[in-house]
Every structure is written in structure tokens, then in C-alpha cells.
Design a binder for this molecule. Structure first.
Ligand code: SF4
Length: 387
């Protein structure tokens, strides 16, 4: 192990973009994001990373809403050993974030394979890397069964017809391009961002327009691949502890799964599992039904694993799931830091020393409308609770 790679790494401030080598400070320690080359990993690699998460972090592993693999609870001292160990298991991507759908190139319904374009953009963008902000994201969407529509992109290319791509900047439509012209057009936009500095985003280049209201694709269930199937299972509340993930990986291996692909909506797509895989993962507590209300709940570990937590947020979320009205997003937070969902939610329950703060259309850090007792929670979040 080199001296340089073993030195404690300066954590990024909250709101920056976490990486494996420069994790982000959160309420329960440092959060590292692992950008897997190709967005996939084997069951044994998943199990090994989960074990490392318990050894070097707090054992909590997440798949984010965009499909990023994240590990929580690292420390300044454990960051570098964790990163070194991860790199012995999987190849980690660096450079500009260029996202494609999880079934890209393997989806019988996609309009065009987005991978060659994505690869060309990564190569063209490499010299600009240090001049672009870490959050700048390019999405190349083939518009198949699982699209990336509904997820914000600084620059987007969306397949409009075979070999034709619609360019978007900050989700605002620009012009339609041929496949041959698209990489240079994206590079031109990246250069404009680079000229403005590392704080520039796509929204700085175009007048603000309609917000991106495209529906996010469903990722849970069975999807056809060009040859075979993929079965999507989501992590409850976007996270699992390492032992549950190791059990999932073992189950997948015993059902013939050669690889998982990371997908939006906190999902792992298991490639070609044998019969009974989804039912067995449901028994482990994973989400296999697209109507499962846990999909609409964000929750951190809370007091079950975080010293700042006043309440066991995830256990409470599990209890309240059945009471949550259709279409409502609930955030249950162990404290006011709101790690699981830093943005606004329709309903937020926040652990306070003396009860549960209820925030409507706000964040965990907002002043609660009221503070509830544990026995008032179900009726407060139920269909008639917020009138
Ligand atoms: S209790 Fe939850 S929100 Fe608070 S610091 Fe811990 S993980 Fe973050």
C-alpha cells in the first residue's frame, strides 16, 4: 500500500459530489460513492464490498435514486484503506459522469445503443475534466424499457429515431443530431461550461424553461433483455446493511445470477436468475413489488446505527409504510440533518429528543408544524392526517 493512498483524505463538504477517494461528510460519517465501470458487478463483488462497508464504515450500503452505489459511515482514517480494497474487487470509473440506462445495448425495445456515443463523449471530455464541476452529468438515453428520463442532466442525448439524437441542455430541448455529429455537439457545450469555471452547470447556459416532469421508469419486476431477462429488486428505503446484501448476493449466486446492474430507483437488476429468485429476495426484505409503499419512503438508519439519531428511523418507516397514502413521499429522519433525503418531501418525520417533528412540504431541518408522540404517527401520516 502506498504512503500517499493510505493518508487520511480530506472529506468534502456536504453538497459536493462524493467519490471513492474524497467522500462527503454526512451526519453519520463519510459517504463514498463507487462508480463502477459499466455500472455492473458480480454477486461475489457485491458481497465483498458489503463486507468492506462493515469493516471500514457503518455497514450501510446504498443504491441512490440515480443508481449509484454508496457506502456510509467511513472515517478519515478508513477512507483510503477502503478505497484501496474496493479497487482490488471492481474497476472504478473516473472522469466526466456519462450515464446510460442500465440495460443499454441489451434492451430489445431501445431505439439506438447509447454506449458508443457515451464512450466517445468520455474520451472527448477527458482533457476538460479538471475544468468541469464534479456534478456535471451527461445522460445518453436509448429510450428503452428503463430510461433515464425524469433524472436531471446538464447535457442529454435522447434517442429520437435510429441514429438520431435529441440534444438537451438542463433538460431543455435544443436540436436533433445525427449520431456522427452528437459527440462534437456535446463537447461544444462542455467547453462552454469549462470556460465558465467549475461552478457552471447546464442551467447557466440556457434560459430556464419547463422543469423536467418526465416520469421516472419503473425498475422493479421482470424486464426482457436481447437474450434473457433481468429482474429488478430494490433496496428498502434505498439502503441495506451489509449482512442483508451479502445474503442477497449469496441468493443470487445460487440462482445462477452472473451479474447485477445498478439501476435508478435504488434497484439492482439481476441478470438471468432462475425461477423463484424474486420471491426469495422478498423474504429477505428486499422490494420486489412495484406497488410496495416502501418505494415512496426515504429513511436513514437513525438511532439504530447513528450516534446523532433520536429515533430508529428505518424501523419506524417500516411500521408506517402500510399507512402511507398513495402517491405521498414520506421521509423519516433520525435527526434534523436529513441524511437520507436532503431535499423537501411531502411529509417528513424528524426525530427530536422529545418526540417526532412533523414537517409538511419541507426538509428535516425545517421547523416542524407539530411534535408528535410515537402513538400519533400512523394517524398523522394516514390519508386524513394532514388536513
Ligand atoms: S440520525 Fe439519520 S439524519 Fe441524523 S445524522 Fe444520523 S443518519 Fe443522518
Amino acid at each position: 500500500m502506498s504512503i500517499v493512498s493510505s493518508m487520511p483524505t480530506a472529506p468534502q463538504r456536504r453538497g459536493a459530489c462524493p467519490t471513492l477517494d474524497a467522500p462527503m461528510q454526512t451526519g453519520d460519517g463519510l459517504l463514498a460513492r463507487i462508480r463502477l465501470v459499466g455500472g455492473q458487478l458480480t454477486p461475489s463483488a457485491l458481497a465483498a464490498i458489503a463486507a468492506l462497508a462493515a469493516e471500514h464504515g457503518n455497514g450501510q450500503v446504498e443504491i441512490s435514486a440515480r443508481g449509484n452505489l454508496q457506502v456510509r459511515g467511513l472515517t478519515p482514517a478508513s477512507t483510503a484503506p477502503f478505497a484501496d480494497a474496493v479497487r482490488t474487487i471492481v474497476a472504478v470509473e473516473q472522469g466526466l459522469v456519462v450515464e446510460t440506462p442500465p440495460l443499454a445495448g441489451d434492451d430489445p425495445t431501445e431505439i439506438s445503443d447509447p454506449r458508443p456515443l457515451a464512450a466517445a463523449i468520455r474520451v472527448l471530455a477527458a482533457p476538460l475534466h479538471d475544468q468541469l464541476g464534479p456534478k456535471v452529468t451527461v445522460v445518453v438515453d436509448s429510450r428503452g424499457q428503463i430510461t433515464r428520463a425524469g433524472l436531471k442532466a446538464d447535457i442529454g442525448l435522447s434517442a429520437s429515431a435510429p441514429g438520431r439524437w435529441l440534444l438537451t441542455i438542463a433538460d431543455q430541448s435544443q436540436n436533433e443530431l445525427s449520431e456522427a455529429d452528437a459527440p462534437a455537439a456535446v463537447l461544444a457545450v462542455l467547453r462552454q461550461l469549462a470556460e465558465r469555471g467549475t461552478g457552471a452547470r447546464g442551467s447557466d447556459l440556457v434560459p430556464s424553461g419547463k422543469p423536467n416532469t418526465a416520469k421516472v421508469s419503473a425498475t422493479i419486476g421482470v424486464f426482457n433483455r436481447t437474450r434473457g431477462i433481468a429482474v429488478g429488486v430494490a433496496l428498502p428505503f434505498g439502503a441495506s446493511d451489509s449482512s442483508a446484501l451479502i445474503a442477497l448476493a449469496d441468493l443470487a449466486a445460487s440462482h445462477g445470477v452472473a451479474a447485477f446492474r445498478l439501476a435508478p430507483q435504488h434497484t439492482l437488476l439481476a441478470i438471468d436468475p432462475t425461477t423463484g429468485f424474486a420471491a426469495s429476495t422478498a423474504e429477505l426484505g428486499f422490494v420486489t413489488d412495484p406497488s410496495d409503499p416502501r418505494i415512496r419512503i426515504s429513511a436513514c438508519i437513525g438511532s439504530a446505527g447513528c450516534a446523532s439519531g433520536h429515533v430508529p428511523a428505518r424501523a419506524i418507516a417500516e411500521k408506517l409504510a402500510a399507512s402511507l397514502p398513495e402517491g405521498t413521499h414520506l421521509h423519516v429522519s433520525g435527526c434534523t440533518k436529513g441524511c437520507a433525503h436532503p431535499r423537501r418531501a411531502a411529509l417528513t418525520l424528524v426525530g427530536w429528543p422529545d418526540g417526532y417533528g412533523l414537517v409538511i412540504n419541507g426538509t428535516a431541518g425545517d421547523t416542524p408544524q407539530t411534535v408528535l408522540r410515537a402513538d400519533q404517527l400512523e394517524s398523522a401520516i394516514g390519508p386524513s392526517g394532514q388536513g
